[in-house]
Design a protein around this ligand. Structure first.
Ligand SMILES: NC(=O)c1ccc[n+]([C@@H]2O[C@H](COP(=O)([O-])OP(=O)(O)OC[C@H]3O[C@@H](n4cnc5c(N)ncnc54)[C@H](OP(=O)(O)O)[C@@H]3O)[C@@H](O)[C@H]2O)c1
Length: 169
């Protein structure tokens, strides 16, 4: 089993993006993202990179694009998900950070999913690719900002929870 992970926030109806951006602003989720990914590679599609607009400090950005001449100072560029994974070969836990196209390509290569489930049914234009949840077991369901297990947290009226999954053997 590899230690490659996917990290994603998705609404109840699996929306992950709208108009090139996240549909919500949850600072607890950003904090969790930072804590989990610090020191690691972030493998992302070019559109997700455009929406972030910079290399996040303390991490190595790997941008997946079909554009052979794409460059961004400080970032690594890969022409396929396999090439991106190869660039992160020395990392004990590289993170696939989206968006939808890159999650779909990376799904066969990941063994951990860090999911933030946002309990809203919302209109969006980008969806989490279909995941066969039978193949995954939850290892932790934890409250976002305080101690507790399996609880739903709330921020700015938005309910959400953090769930860690591991691929079943
Ligand atoms: N909720 C979350 O956790 C989360 C996380 C990340 C992103 N998002 C959201 O997701 C949306 C973006 O997702 P998206 O699916 O539209 O785009 P994306 O996956 O971020 O990037 C798509 C780009 O990746 C490159 N690409 C795709 N397939 C490729 C392949 N086989 N080989 C090489 N390069 C390939 C292409 O870049 P080129 O066009 O340059 O060739 C393509 O345009 C945004 O709304 C963003 O905010 C949400």
């Amino acid at each position: 089993m590899s230690n490659r992970a996917m990290i994603v926030a998705a609404s109840t109806n699996d929306v992950i993006g709208v108009d090139g951006d996240l549909p919500w602003h949850l600072s607890s989720d950003l904090k969790r993202f930072k804590k989990l990914t610090m020191g690691h590679h972030l493998i992302m599609g070019r559109k997700t990179f455009d929406s972030i607009g910079r290399c996040l400090p303390g991490r190595t950005t790997v941008i997946v694009t079909r554009q052979p001449d794409f460059v961004f100072p400080g970032a690594k560029v890969a022409g396929s998900i396999e090439a991106a994974i190869e660039l992160a070969a020395d990392d004990p836990m590289p993170f696939i950070v989206g968006g939808a196209q890159i999650y779909a390509l990376a799904m066969p290569y990941v063994d951990h999913i860090y999911l933030t489930r946002v309990y809203q049914t919302i209109q969006g234009d980008t969806y989490l690719p279909a995941i066969d949840w039978e193949q995954w077991e939850i290892t932790e369901a934890h409250k976002a900002t305080a101690s507790g297990t399996g609880a739903v947290d709330v921020e700015g009226g938005v309910e959400f929870s953090f769930q860690d999954y591991r691929r079943r053997n």
